[in-house]
Design a protein around this ligand. Structure first.
Ligand code: SF4
Length: 502
C-alpha cells in the first residue's frame, strides 16, 4: 500500500480521512464541488507560474507505474539536471523504519507499506551524493500564506525518502509560498522527528478496524468528499461535535469525564468543566446551556447576557450592511445596504457594486454618502468583517477621520449581541444557520460567500452578467437575513424580560 505526502497532510487535518480514502467505498464520496475544483485549478495555475521561470525536467513513465517513474527520476538525478518536477521516489516503509528509528519496533506489519514521494521540485545543490558532487533538496509549492505545520511535515517527508535514494540527507527543504518572494527554508532537524511520529500514527490509524471517530468541524469538513457520509453518522449519533462550542480539545476533556452525550452534558454542573483545558467559567456555562437548548429544542438566554436595553433598541431608521469580497484580489467589490424606515414602513436595498476591481473606491464613496443621509441610523452587520473593512477602506482611500469615525460608532454587530446573550438549538452560529432556523430562506439555495468569490472571478473572466445578478441577490438576502435575526432577538428579549410574568 502506498503512503504519500497527501495522505500525511490529510491525516494532520483529520485523523479519519486517510482511513476513508484508503478503505472507504469510493461510491459514497461526494462529487467535488466547484469551490474545491477552483482551489485545485488555482494551485495548478500557481505552480505553472513558478515553473514557467525554470528550466526543469519531468520524468517520463507510464501512468501509475511508480517503479518506472523512479527509474526515470534517478536517471535525471544521475545526469545532474537543475530542476526535476514531480519526480518519483520510493522506499519501503519497512526498510525506512528499521534504519531510521528503534521507536517503532512494536508497530504493525510494515512490509505492505511503501512510501511514495512526489515532490513538486527537486532542486540541485552542491554537495556529495551517490550521484557525484551534487545532491538534491525537495521543494513544495504551496498556495497558503504561512509555512503551516502540514506543509513543513510534507517537505520533511520528501527529504527523508530522498535521503534514502541519493545516499545523503538534504541539509534543508524548501517551501515556496504564494505570498513570499523567497523560498522558506524548512528546518529538517526540527520537523523530521515530528514527521516520523505523525507517519507512525497514520499507519496505526490505517491498521485500525474502523478508523478514527467522526468529528465534524465546519472548517475542515466543508471541502471534504466524505462530508455527507460523516455528517450522516454524526447526526444519527447526535455527536457532540455538532454542538457549537465543542472543539476537538474540549471534546477530549469531555470524553475523559464520560460526557459524550447531549443529555449528560446538559445535566452537568458547569463548575465541573470550568477548570479543564480549553474551558473557563464563561465557556463552561455557555456549553451546558447550549446542550440544554439543543436537547429541548428551544432558545435559552445565557447566564450572563448583554444588558437587555442594548439589545431591545429599535430605531426609526435602521441600516443593514453586508460586504462581498474577493480576498485574492484584496478587493471589496460589493457593499450591500438595506435601509429600513420603520416610521413609513418602507425599505430600500442599495447594491453598490464594483463591476471592475478599480471601481472599489467609487463604491466606497457611494457607501459613505448613503449612510450619511441617515446620520442617526444604527448600522447592523453580522460579524466583525464589515467593521474592520470600513476601517481599512478609510485608510486605503485616505478618507477623513471625521467622516468615518461617526459612521463606525453606529455599527452594531448582531452576531456579537446574539452569541453573548442567547443559545439556540442549532449546529452553528453562522448567519445561514441562524436565519434558516428562523424560517428565512435565501432565494438561491446553493449560494454562499465562498461561491460568490468564485462567481465574481468568473464574471471578470467571462462578462456573464447573470453571475453578478446571483451575487447581488445573495448579498441582499444576507442583509435581509441579518435584519430577521436582529428583529427576532429584540422580540425574544422583550418577551423574556418584559412580558414574562415574574
Ligand atoms: S468529513 Fe470531516 S470527519 Fe469526515 S473524513 Fe472528511 S474531514 Fe474527516
Amino acid at each position: 500500500m502506498l503512503i504519500n505526502a497527501d495522505l500525511l497532510l490529510q491525516y494532520q487535518r483529520c485523523k479519519r480521512r486517510p482511513f476513508l480514502d484508503s478503505h472507504g467505498d469510493k461510491n459514497q464520496r461526494d462529487t467535488p464541488n466547484e469551490l474545491l475544483l477552483k482551489l485545485q485549478q488555482d494551485k495548478i495555475a500557481y505552480q505553472k507560474s513558478i515553473l514557467a521561470n525554470l528550466s526543469y525536467h519531468q520524468p517520463d513513465y507510464p501512468r501509475r507505474d511508480w517503479q518506472a517513474g523512479q527509474a526515470a527520476t534517478v536517471e535525471l538525478m544521475q545526469r545532474g539536471v537543475e530542476y526535476i518536477h514531480r519526480g518519483i521516489l520510493l522506499v519501503s516503509y519497512d526498510d525506512w523504519v528499521n534504519t531510521e528509528s528503534e521507536n517503532f519496533s512494536a508497530s504493525p506489519d510494515y512490509q505492505k507499506y511503501t512510501l511514495l514521494s512526489c515532490p513538486d521540485l527537486l532542486v540541485k545543490q552542491p554537495g556529495e551524493s551517490r550521484f557525484g558532487d551534487w545532491m538534491y533538496v525537495p521543494a513544495s509549492l504551496e498556495m497558503g500564506k504561512r509555512p503551516k505545520q502540514e506543509y513543513q511535515v510534507g517537505v520533511a517527508f520528501h527529504a527523508q525518502v530522498l535521503a534514502k535514494l541519493q545516499g545523503t540527507s538534504p541539509p534543508t527543504g524548501l517551501l515556496k509560498l504564494r505570498t513570499r518572494e523567497n523560498s522558506y527554508s524548512v528546518d529538517l532537524l526540527k520537523w523530521t522527528p515530528q514527521m516520523q511520529l505523525i507517519l507512525a500514527e497514520l499507519i496505526q490509524a490505517l491498521e485500525s478496524p474502523d478508523g478514527a471517530e467522526v468529528f465534524i468541524s465546519r472548517q475542515k469538513c466543508n471541502l471534504c468528499h466524505w462530508y455527507s457520509k460523516c455528517y450522516a453518522i454524526a447526526q444519527s449519533e447526535k455527536h457532540l461535535s455538532l454542538l457549537p462550542g465543542v472543539t476537538p480539545v474540549r471534546y477530549t476533556q469531555l470524553q475523559e469525564l464520560s460526557l459524550t452525550t447531549l443529555e449528560s452534558l446538559a445535566s452537568t454542573s458547569p463548575s465541573i468543566l470550568e477548570n479543564l483545558t480549553g474551558f473557563d467559567h464563561e465557556v463552561a456555562h455557555k456549553l451546558v446551556v447550549q446542550a440544554q437548548s439543543v436537547l429541548q429544542n428551544r432558545p435559552f438566554i445565557l447566564p450572563y447576557p448583554l444588558p437587555p436595553e442594548t439589545i431591545t433598541y429599535t430605531a426609526p431608521i435602521e441600516i443593514y450592511f453586508d460586504i462581498e469580497a474577493q480576498p485574492d484580489l484584496n478587493l471589496n467589490y460589493l457593499l450591500g445596504v438595506l435601509v429600513v424606515n420603520r416610521q413609513t414602513n418602507t425599505e430600500q436595498f442599495y447594491s453598490l457594486l464594483a463591476e471592475k476591481p478599480e471601481d472599489e473606491e467609487i463604491v466606497w464613496r457611494q457607501f459613505l454618502d448613503l449612510v450619511w443621509q441617515y446620520p442617526e441610523a444604527p448600522i447592523y452587520h453580522f460579524c466583525a468583517y464589515e467593521f474592520d473593512t470600513v476601517k481599512r477602506l478609510a485608510k486605503l482611500y485616505q478618507t477623513p477621520y471625521s467622516s468615518v469615525r461617526p459612521v463606525l460608532n453606529r455599527f452594531v454587530d448582531v452576531y456579537e449581541q446574539l452569541t453573548q446573550s442567547v443559545a439556540l438549538p442549532i449546529e452553528s452560529y453562522a448567519l445561514k444557520a441562524i436565519a434558516r432556523w428562523l424560517g428565512f430562506e435565501w432565494r438561491d439555495k446553493e449560494a454562499s460567500g465562498a461561491k460568490c468569490i468564485y462567481w465574481y472571478d468568473m464574471w471578470l473572466e467571462t462578462g456573464d452578467r447573470t453571475l453578478l445578478e446571483i451575487i447581488q441577490r445573495y448579498n441582499e438576502d444576507d442583509c435581509r437575513a441579518t435584519r430577521n435575526v436582529k428583529d427576532w432577538l429584540v422580540e425574544f428579549f422583550q418577551e423574556e424580560y418584559y412580558l414574562r410574568p415574574a
